[in-house]
Design a protein around this ligand. Structure first.
Ligand code: F6P
Length: 367
């Protein structure tokens, strides 16, 4: 591109997809590290929308990130840049003159705008969807470095994503609290946690929170095995049970539960509670943890991982390692090719130590 080759002078940062605790820490670290290189740092609001809709409610879509702008944000949830799950520039939803909805590709406009704004590199903080968009833009000539974000922890190239451990803490605390009320009422409690395609949050929070049954998308469940676990506990005088279910879990030979017409996962806790009540013959209550797992302050682990990722992204730009994603591998943060990072999601392997240990502890996985 025209602006490549003259050295780095200006970089931009955006956050795309669902938020995760730690986004602000990445923004702070990348900004401060970028400023200390002598670069100008710009923030883009709402993914790429700040470029396409420069001013919304008098707020500029692209604005300078100064040391002042990122002061005191390491511990804050959300993102000072805003985010969107509907901002794919390759297929933006638009209302057509006849009132119906269609999609338009505005990716060329993004690349042109970056050239016009003389942005030399973009730090794109996102999950699998946002990183795939970043990769496609990189292939169109926009120099990108990706930073992996998702509470689901389902990105293959990195050992962990920031936000995941915070989500596990929130879910573990909730599961722990449900024990006393479940025991008091001699009920089964079904707790639905996030995890569309993978069961990392369910598995880690279920183990730590003392769940009796953990259902994950990787292991299709049988209702009678869940009921059997509930009855077995009953026989040992444990007249309550805690079932933790990932939102994307499904029965063997069946389909996951979706929110009607939206394509979003939802409803598995209600469905299971109804079914367990009938099959196990025990009063059962569903509970959906939802977005509380993504909100609020990141725990120290996620803050540090996020700060390290932000700083590493700037090192990658300085070293010309673009079209890559920063990733935690063992104790080190490395750059891996974006193409590799988005090639496949990281499911829970069935021989994973967590899975094996859960079974040894007598936790049912519903299979
Ligand atoms: O990708 C993270 C995630 O938390 C999923 O587990 C969940 O299905 C999804 O985001 C929900 O996001 P939203 O309601 O913001 O579309």
């Amino acid at each position: 591109m025209a602006y490549v080759g003259r050295g780095i002078r200006r970089i931009a940062i955006n956050t795309g997809g669902g938020d995760a605790p730690g986004l602000n820490a990445v923004i702070r670290a990348a900004t401060l590290a970028g400023l200390s290189e002598g670069w100008e740092v710009l923030g883009i609001r709402r993914g790429y929308m700040g470029v396409l809709e420069p001013d919304v409610d008098g707020e500029p879509g692209v604005f300078p990130l100064t040391a002042q702008a990122v002061r005191g944000i390491t511990h804050l949830g959300g993102t000072i840049l805003g985010t969107t799950t509907r901002g794919n520039p390759f297929g933006l939803e638009v209302r057509k003159p006849d009132g119906t909805w269609g999609k338009v590709d505005r990716s060329d406009e993004i690349v042109e705008s970056f050239q016009r704004l003389e942005i030399d590199a973009l730090v794109a903080i996102g999950g699998d969807g946002s990183l795939a968009i970043a990769h496609a833009l990189h292939r169109k000539g926009l120099p990108v470095i990706g930073v992996p974000k998702t509470i689901d922890n389902d990105l293959r190239a990195t050992d962990v994503t920031f936000g995941f451990q915070t989500a596990v803490e929130v879910a573990t605390d909730a599961i722990g609290r449900l024990h006393s009320t479940a025991e008091a009422h001699q009920r089964v409690m079904v707790v639905q946690v996030m995890g569309r395609h993978t069961g990392w949050i369910a598995l880690e929070s279920g183990m730590a929170g003392g769940a009796d049954v953990i259902l994950i998308p990787e292991v299709p469940y049988y209702l009678d095995r869940i009921a059997e676990k509930v009855r077995e506990r009953e026989r040992h005088g444990r007249r309550f049970s805690i079932v933790v279910v990932a939102e994307g879990a499904s029965p063997a030979g069946g389909q996951p539960s979706y929110v009607d017409g939206s394509g979003r996962y939802g409803g598995i806790a209600d469905r299971l509670a109804d079914e367990i009540e009938v099959v196990a013959g025990k009063e059962t209550r569903p509970m959906v943890l939802g977005h509380i797992q993504r909100g609020g302050s990141p725990i120290a682990y996620d803050r540090n991982l996020a700060l390290r990722f932000g700083a590493a992204a700037v090192r990658c730009i300085r070293e010309g390692s673009l079209g890559t994603m920063v990733a935690l591998q063992g104790a080190d943060v490395r750059a891996v090719p974006l193409a590799e990072a988005i090639s496949e999601i990281k499911r829970v392997p069935l021989d994973n130590d967590l899975v094996v240990s859960a079974r040894q502890l007598g936790i049912s996985l519903g299979d």
